[in-house]
Design a protein around this ligand. Structure first.
Ligand code: RNT
Ligand code: ZN
Length: 454
């Protein structure tokens, strides 16, 4: 085992221990004093939660089982490593900002990701996009990608014990420039994209087999139109046909699972999006695959957390793209806000964490990208921890008995319980930076590594 923990501190005996205050403080003593304070605060907080029936240790064990799939594309603003890259993201997606330090190649990307993983508690996965294959100097078009282009990732995955999820990339490409891919009326283009998805599924199944658990393969397409569309039905019929063709090969569920991601609108597809929520809800139900709900892909006043209990009446498993839309599908960094907390609460209240694959999907190029990752991941985790620390049984009983004032008041009281002390303890136990400690670490990575990139 590494001599240093995730925080870069020298490891003590694996068991944490209380220390006596020492008047001659040296850095090590200072660390121990801080740890002592965190442990004390935790014990007090734990008492408060346990007094309302929340079993804190069990909650922390549960937290460790909840794995987030970290998207790879915040490292380089969804650029990828293709030689054929068109230079613009397209597909109605927009990454704004030009903060220095973007990853320029696969090595920088991996080192950035490893840095990110070292600053967040628990286990995570990596969500790869097809454009992140190792293509070297060759021009490998999307209908030509193979397992070989991802062998390096499989090695990295094994070395770092980080399992992989996968996405076909059906945007940032000349054959998607007219706004259509799988629903294209140009038969050549439609077949091209079907082939791409087929190959991505094969690569996904290969990853899944290697890692011994299913690789979730998500399909999102940009298809749609800027203005009033006459043949909505025709495009959707084509999409259904194309998906059926692309998904015809059956893979063991232990290797890969398909998900389809809906959207409300994109830049340039304001009036019509072929893959709408209704379209994919029907598709996922009838084809018995996963539905992907991206928190930014609905009307801003829609409550995404409210959708989960509805779709679970009809689908068995979900993929989530946690993100934060500000006024539109802006993909801001996730914060610990009502929207994300409600999503976590709803999963918890249905006891459905084993049926929800939680992926992240944000890209902000206006701030330190590593900081964006760490802050966003930790906020998603905080939202989940907050949801798990709920005395759900008591609240459900109030509801059942018609005690609605009591339900309201109790929920309000839970908001000011010392949740932060539990979170800090969870980070300490996981040997990752506690509270704002990670800001300094992000800054020093920026000074030592990111600032050296042009
Ligand atoms: C686009 C979708 C999609 C992408 C990624 C890069 O609106 O949310 O999931 O963000 O595939
Ligand atoms: Zn998404």
């Amino acid at each position: 085992m590494n001599k240093f923990d995730k925080r870069g501190h020298k490891r003590q005996n694996s068991k944490m221990h209380f220390v006596q205050l020492n008047k001659n403080l040296n850095p090590l003593n200072e660390i121990m004093m801080k740890e002592n304070a965190i442990l004390k605060a935790f014990e007090l907080a734990k008492e408060q939660y346990e007094s309302v029936g929340v079993r804190v240790e069990e909650v922390l064990q549960k937290m460790e089982q909840i794995i987030l799939s970290v998207h790879c594309w915040q490292t380089d603003d969804v650029t990828g490593f293709e030689q054929t890259a068109s230079g613009s993201i397209g597909g109605g997606l927009a990454v704004t900002g030009n903060y220095p330090g973007k990853a320029r190649n696969i090595h920088e990307m991996r080192s950035d990701l490893e840095k990110v993983y070292s600053m967040v508690p628990g286990k995570q996965r990596l969500n790869l996009h097809a454009i992140y294959g190792e293509f070297g100097n060759r021009k490998v078009d999307r209908d030509q990608i193979t397992i070989d282009h991802f062998k390096g990732w499989a090695d990295w995955s094994k070395q770092n014990k980080i399992d992989i999820d996968f996405n076909g990339t059906l945007f940032s490409h000349p054959r998607a420039n007219d706004g259509f891919t799988l629903s294209s009326k140009n038969e050549g283009d439609r077949q091209f994209w079907i082939e791409h998805v087929k190959r991505c599924r094969e690569i996904s199944a290969w990853f899944g087999k290697q890692q011994g658990n299913p690789c979730i393969h998500n399909t999102w397409i940009p298809d749609g139109m800027k203005d009033t569309t006459m043949d909505r039905y025709g495009y959707r019929k084509l999409l259904k046909l194309s998906l059926d063709e692309a998904l015809a090969t059956k893979y063991a569920k232990s290797e890969m699972k398909d998900a389809v991601e809906s959207k409300l609108f994109g830049i340039g597809s304001e009036s019509f999006v072929v893959g709408s929520h209704e379209f994919y809800l029907g598709y996922a139900i009838t084809r018995e695959i996963l539905l992907c709900i991206d928190a930014g892909h609905f009307h801003p006043t829609e409550v995404v957390g409210d959708k989960i209990s509805s779709v679970f009446q009809y689908v068995d498993e979900l993929l989530l793209h946690l993100t934060r839309g500000v006024r539109w599908d802006s993909d801001h960094v996730i914060t610990f806000n009502d929207e994300t907390v409600l999503i976590a609460q709803e999963i918890n209240r249905m006891n459905a964490f084993d049926k929800v694959n939680i992926g992240l999907d944000f890209f902000d190029a206006s701030i330190n990208r590593i900081g964006a990752y760490v802050s966003g991941i930790r906020s998603a985790q905080k939202s989940i921890l907050f949801a798990l620390l709920e005395p759900t049984d008591i609240l459900k009983n109030y509801e059942q008995e018609g005690k609605w004032f009591e339900r309201l008041a109790f929920l309000e009281e839970m908001k000011s319980k010392p949740f932060g002390a539990i979170w800090d303890y969870y980070c300490l136990k996981a040997n990752v930076p506690v509270a704002q400690e990670y800001i300094q670490e992000v800054t020093s990575y920026e000074e030592k590594v990111l600032s050296l990139r042009n």
